[in-house]
Write a protein that binds this ligand. Structure first.
Ligand SMILES: C[S@@+](CC[C@H](N)C(=O)[O-])C[C@H]1O[C@@H](n2cnc3c(N)ncnc32)[C@H](O)[C@@H]1O
Length: 225
């Protein structure tokens, strides 16, 4: 299965697996929301790789008059997102964020957010293409906030991260299930180091991209265009 098919098939369990698999899931998303600072009462907000819109809903609770677009290539995830966001001004856009032509169809946004998504795009260059496509839609002065997995700076740190992920999974799953998850994650995840993440954003023209929060291999980075 490719990544899109995996998310399509897992969509109905994602509310559960997102917490069982992703370290500090709610704490990280809540911290991202706390770090949003916009003064407009009805901002336009884009959630990149929005999945089932768990982050989108948390942001909508804070900015109920905002209009939201959720981009994702998994229609299975987006179906659940639509249901979750039915009481808000929310539209979906089915698109691979690496598809530079199709991404041009999006409008402009005051805030762009993303959580646990960009690391699914394999390779630094493909991530650069995706972020160029995404951040072309951020208004001047607009904010970008992302919460995503990090690769360690060296073998020792990567070993520690692997063991931390394993222990996190073992809180929910048995040994066999944990082994299966670790195999899937090793195939599907391709996180970048913190420095590479900052470089990707600098290359897109975010002048002051910086780390605002970090726990183990999870980080929130914020930048202004
Ligand atoms: C781990 S989920 C995160 C979903 C959500 N942001 C959250 O925090 O719960 C990753 C999401 O990214 C989407 N995704 C991965 N690669 C993508 C790509 N190249 N283009 C669009 N969506 C992508 C997947 O379909 C999936 O819904």
């Amino acid at each position: 299965m490719n990544i899109k098919e995996t998310f399509d098939s897992e969509a109905h369990e994602y509310d559960f697996t997102s917490r069982a698999v992703n370290i500090y899931f709610d704490e990280a998303l809540d911290t991202l929301v706390e770090n949003i600072s916009i003064t407009k009462t009805n901002p336009r907000i884009l959630d990149v790789c929005c999945g089932t819109a768990i982050l989108t809903e948390k942001v909508a609770n804070k900015f109920p008059k905002a209009s939201f677009t959720g981009v994702d290539f998994s229609t299975g995830m987006l179906e659940i997102a639509k249901e979750r966001m039915k009481n808000y001004n929310f539209t979906t856009f089915v698109c691979d964020v690496c598809d530079s032509e199709k991404m041009k169809e999006l409008g402009k946004y005051d805030l762009i957010i993303s959580s646990f998504g960009i690391h699914n795009i394999h390779g630094f260059n493909n991530k650069q293409i995706a972020l160029n496509n995404v951040l072309a839609h951020l208004n001047a002065g607009g904010q970008y906030l992302t919460c995503d997995l990090l690769k360690g700076e060296n073998k020792k740190e990567n070993k520690h991260f692997f063991n931390f992920q394993k222990e996190w999974l073992l809180k929910t799953y048995n040994k066999k299930e944990t082994k299966d998850w670790l195999k899937l994650l090793s195939e599907e995840d391709d996180p970048e180091t913190l420095q590479n993440n900052l470089t990707l954003l600098k290359n897109v023209g975010l002048t002051d991209a910086s780390l605002v929060w970090k726990k183990e291999f999870l980080a929130i980075i914020k930048g202004i265009k």
